[in-house]
Every structure is written in C-alpha cells, then in structure tokens.
Design a binder for this molecule. Structure first.
Ligand code: T4K
Length: 405
C-alpha cells in the first residue's frame, strides 16, 4: 500500500503498490442505527407479518409523504417497478420523451411494456433534459415526458411543465437521485403527475432494495396500490391487471431506520463533496460538478467532468489509473442508453440527435462518497489524481505504447 504518490513510479499503473488494499467503491451503502434496525427486525419477526402492506411499509409511506410534502406515497420493491407501475397508471403509451443520459432503468421501464422511449438531448451544463430540444421530438404518438433529476440536480421543471401542459402530455419525473432535494424551495416529489424515488442500497437513503411513487393525485395513488398487488381489491377479487411490486417489511424497516439519519448522511456527503472540490480545484480541465446550494441538496454523487480539450489526462486513462489503485470510480451513465441494447439496434440513428449526451457521457467520472469514505480516503484519491496530472507526459507515452502492442 502506498498512500502518498508523487513520482511516476509511485503509481500502480507503473508497478507501484496500489494506494488502497481494499477496494473503494462508488455506492457503498449508508447504514443508520444498527440498534434501531435490530429492534424493528425483532418486532417484524414477532408479528409474523413480513410483507403486503405491513405496518412498517405504511409508516415508511407516511414518513416519506410528510417529508416531501405530498398527499400520497406508494412504496414498491424497487424504483424500476415503481416507474413501470406509474407509467401504466398514468395511462402513458405510444412514445415518451426521455433523456438518454440516465440509468438504463428509465428507458427499460418504457420499452418493457411496449412503449417507445424517444431520446432527447441534455443541456451540457445541467446534464438534464434540454427543454429547447423537446418540442422537435413530439409526434402524434407522444403521450408523455419523463424528466430525470440527474445527480439530484433538478430538471428545468417549469419549462418541462409548460411544454407538457401546452401539448397535453403526461409529465413524470424519475427522481431516483433526488430524494431530499428541492426546486424553487419545494421538495422534489411534488411536481408533475408523479415522481419516483429509488431506495436501492447505493442510494444515500436505502431500504436494501426499494422505490416509491409520490403524488398529490388520490385516484392515481389508488390505481398504483392495486397494480402493486396484482390488481386485488379483496381476497379473491381482481379489479385490474397488476404485478408484484410490493415492498417487504424488512426493507421498510431499513428505510425507516435510515430516514432517521438523513441529516447526518447529507452532512457527510456535503463534507466529502466540499473536500473533493477543494482538493481538485487547481487542476486544469477537471470540474467537480456543483450543486445549487440555495436549494436543498443531498450531495450523493461526486461527479468529475474531464474536458478532453483542456485536461492533460483523459477520462478513460484516469479511470484505469484509479482502478489500478483500487479506487473503483464509475463512468455513470456511459455510453448513454441509446448506445446500449436493445436501443442501439432499435434506434441506430439516435446519436445524431444527441451531441451533448455523447460528449458528456465521455467526460464523466463518479468518485466514492457516503459515510463509508473517510477524509483521509478522499485525500489519497485526490493525491492519485494530482500525481497523474503531474506525470501526464509519462502516462501518455505508456498509453500510446500499450495501444501499439
Ligand atoms: N432511475 C435512475 C436515474 C437510477 O439511477 C436508477 C438506479 C433507477 C432509475 C432504478 O432504481 P432501482 O430499480 O435500482 O431502485 C446502481 C444501482 O443498482 C442502481 O440502483 C442505480 N440507479 C445506479 C445508478 O447504480 P450498478 O450496476 O452500478 O449497481 P451495483 O449493484 O453494481 O452497485 C454499485 C457498487 O456499489 C458496487 O460496485 C459496490 C457497491 N455496493 C453495492 C451494493 C448493492 C456495495 O458496496 N454494497 C451493496 O450492497 O447500478
């Protein structure tokens, strides 16, 4: 292990010992009070009520709705199924406009049920749907828009709402990253027809696996509850088509426990983000994506943009350098949904409309954060990046040699 790197020989790329013995992951779960979770777990086992609208699920729904300031919350087994159910309950069909620069689940939730995702470009500054590009993608088959609050940074909700209203389209938000964030002083969750949160293990508030749809539309919430449980309204009466989207009691107990630590998790994420931003501030061509701190932010992603026109080390070289040091930085959401199966074959020309998506997807790196990462870990990660920049000439030569062999 070598936690301070200066010369080229110090880098694992050139045979030096890796900076970390154990891998540093992006997405290490935050874990709240172990005693609190153990107590809830014991109560669940005593009650022998393990799933299907149990008391922890109901309490989790009440807490989320109260926190966000909406009337209804329907928790589900994960956000992908929550998206699928929300899409069906909203009556979305035909074509739906979404960004390609998102996790694949946003697109799959549509395609899975025979709805065509139409990929729209992003604004390269915000990384979210570019409202100026949406209208040219609307056809007679378009029934909705799904905006994604990527990295917890809200879409231009006002512009999207205006376009959706003017064209009579349903507006749904994939808010998987944006629990605890606000837009114009209102919590994310209160916008559009509905919004979907993820509580996957890698999210800053996790319920092991889990998701939720929040809405102020009572009828929509009722339909989603039915669809979450096969369409049952009574023991042997099915009112509509449905699936199994239920959250179990253990997940809800984990979610409730973690929700009690939300302020601490945000504070740790904020501290980590500030440290990365400060330690990488002087590197030409690298930007740590910022948050609008006049709003509430969860700071759950530390996102670097490597501008290939200015940086002396490129994105993929830096990823390889970090991985060899046991820092498992990620390229979320490379290469964009439009370049993944099945979309790359279904819509082979999509890239022609997505120049900003293509460029941003080739520039982004996500660094480890959350409560599993210490200030010393961050110092070491930043030291590796500084050492890579200080030795860029040698690194460049090595990559050229590697490419030639
Ligand atoms: N919409 C958007 C915009 C999303 O980002 C997501 C999910 C969704 C919708 C759908 O939400 P869910 O249906 O998942 O609720 C991860 C997550 O699986 C996914 O939830 C997340 N977004 C996406 C951004 O990241 P992977 O393939 O990177 O996950 P995985 O399981 O490989 O975990 C990443 C790393 O985290 C691992 O390398 C190690 C670490 N890890 C992971 C788990 C599960 C741990 O240390 N402990 C763990 O328990 O997609």
């Amino acid at each position: 292990m070598n936690s301070s790197k200066t010369t080229v020989a110090d880098l694992a790329l050139f045979g030096g010992p890796p900076a970390f013995e154990d891998a540093l992951h992006v997405g290490r779960p935050n874990i709240g009070s172990r005693e609190g979770f153990a107590k809830r777990l014991s109560e669940i086992l005593d009650s022998r009520w393990l799933t299907n609208d149990g008391s922890n699920v109901r309490e989790f729904e009440r807490r989320i709705a109260g926190f966000v300031g909406v009337e209804h919350c329907v928790v589900m087994c994960n956000a992908t199924v929550a998206l699928e159910i929300a899409i069906r309950a909203l009556g979305i069909s035909g074509e739906v406009i979404i960004p390609s620069f998102t996790f694949i689940a946003t697109a799959h939730a549509l395609q899975w049920q025979g709805i065509t995702p139409v990929f729209c470009d992003i604004n390269p500054q915000t990384h979210t749907l570019d409202p100026d590009k949406i209208e040219e993608m609307i056809t007679s088959r378009t029934s909705g828009i799904i905006g994604v609050h990527l990295w917890g940074r809200p879409c231009d909700i006002d512009a999207l709402s205006e376009i959706a209203t003017r064209h009579g389209l349903k507006l749904l938000f994939d808010s998987a990253h944006a629990f605890g964030c606000s837009y114009g002083g209102r919590m994310i969750g209160a916008f559009g027809g509905a919004e979907v949160f993820s509580f996957h293990a890698t999210k800053f508030i996790n319920s092991l696996e889990g998701g939720a749809v929040v809405t102020n539309d009572g009828q929509l919430a009722h339909e989603m509850r039915l669809k979450r449980n096969f369409g049952f309204t009574d023991y042997d009466y099915v009112e509509s088509i449905g699936t199994n989207g239920k959250m179990n009691e253990l997940s809800a107990a984990m979610g409730l426990t973690n929700l009690e630590s939300i302020d601490e998790f945000i504070e740790v994420n904020r501290r980590n983000y500030k440290q990365y931003a400060a330690e990488l501030a002087d590197l030409e061509g690298i930007t740590v994506l910022d948050y609008n701190e006049s709003e509430k932010c969860n700071y759950q992603y530390v996102v670097l943009e490597i501008d290939e026109r200015k940086s002396i080390v490129d994105r993929d070289q830096l990823i390889e350098i970090l991985h060899l040091e046991n820092v498992l930085a990620r390229r979320y959401f490379y290469p964009g949904c439009h370049r993944m199966a099945p979309y790359k074959d279904l819509y082979p020309n999509a890239h022609l409309f997505l120049p900003h998506t293509e460029r941003v997807a080739a520039q982004v790196i996500n660094l480890p954060t959350g409560e599993a990462i210490t200030p010393e870990d961050i110092r070491i990660v930043c030291n590796i990046i500084h050492a890579a920049f200080a030795n860029a000439g040698e690194i460049h030569k090595l990559f050229v040699e590697k490419a030639a062999t």
